[in-house]
Design a binder for this molecule. Sequence first.
Ligand SMILES: Nc1ncnc2c1ncn2[C@@H]1O[C@H](COP(=O)(O)OP(=O)(O)OP(=O)(O)O)[C@@H](O)[C@H]1O
Ligand SMILES: O=C(CO)[C@H](O)[C@H](O)COP(=O)(O)O
Length: 332
Amino acid sequence: MTKVDRVVIIGVAGDSGCGKSTFLQRIIDLFGESFVTVICLDDYHSLDRYQRKEQKVTALDPRANNFDLMYEQIKALKSGQTIEKPIYNHETGLIDPPEKIEPNHVVVIEGLHPLYDERVRGLIDFSVYLDITDDVKIAWKIQRDMAERGHSYDDVLAAIESRRPDFEAYIEPQRGHADVVIQVLPTKLIDDKESKLLRVRLMQREGVSDFDPVYLFDEGSTIHWRPCGRKLTCEYPGIKMFYGPDTYYGHPVSVLELDGQLGNLEQVSYIESHLSNISTKHKGEMTSLLLQHREYPGSNNGTGLFQVMVGLKMRATYERLTSKEAKVAAKV
Ligand SMILES: Nc1ncnc2c1ncn2[C@@H]1O[C@H](COP(=O)(O)OP(=O)(O)OP(=O)(O)O)[C@@H](O)[C@H]1O
Ligand SMILES: O=C(CO)[C@H](O)[C@H](O)COP(=O)(O)O
């Protein structure tokens, strides 16, 4: 077992089918596999599939989840203790015998409710909410659930509809607690009925310790930028970027937006060179991270770019927290 002086807890919230797997893979690529442990919060379902059906509650309902145990176990991990985490088995719908989880440098807690319980929220060092609008969620889910899971179009729509009331009551409000929200919306550049072209907004909360929001050109200004031209080749309808201040769930945020598709990934370095506070270790690092896995879904639009950017901010938060604590330890 590796000795870990400081366990940094990262929360990734989002509905099922919102692209968490790709985002988590990007985080693992950045930190290295042995450095990160991912805990899926579905493992804290207190009611199995049959009990939920019997009691007419969904998995999104807090009554189907054990927040006391979630809090106790994340707290224990954060203080360097090994835990016996339950396992929710998605194949059988039952709760399996627990598994041992050891503390690691970075522990990501991902799923429906990382920011729901105030006590769990208090343990998280950096949090992200993946906010995929319905049109896009339907398009993604249809692509996956029809191709890979044998569901029909109507099944997919019915599943989204049946989750909606609990989703709006218990999942969506967590956006107000996240340090960063990645919002995925249909494009405004053209009328795109299939939601293939995306407008992606990064809502970055201001005033969060150990987190400096990324900005375009000039911090605090409002910028509209069409980067397509000599240095960035774009196909119709091109790319539009926006940066500016806003208020979100009653608190100030900096918004960074990218609408459209990145045609030539190598040229993303042109966009990168106009962004500040991206927490890269060398010039062009963000572009090379994107290029490293150009096959991941969303690499050619704002979803991939902002996932990489948020990964870099997580690394910066990790480094600040660990170096602060090392300095405190050195003084004692
Ligand atoms: N940025 C993206 N652009 C286009 N499609 C995407 C993007 N991210 C994910 N998808 C597609 O959406 C579907 C769901 O993604 P994924 O499996 O990563 O979601 P998830 O949140 O991990 O879901 P679950 O929790 O149910 O396992 C996949 O088919 C994937 O290819
Ligand atoms: O939202 C989910 C995962 O985030 C699932 O719907 C939930 O975990 C219940 O799983 P299953 O449908 O396999 O019983």
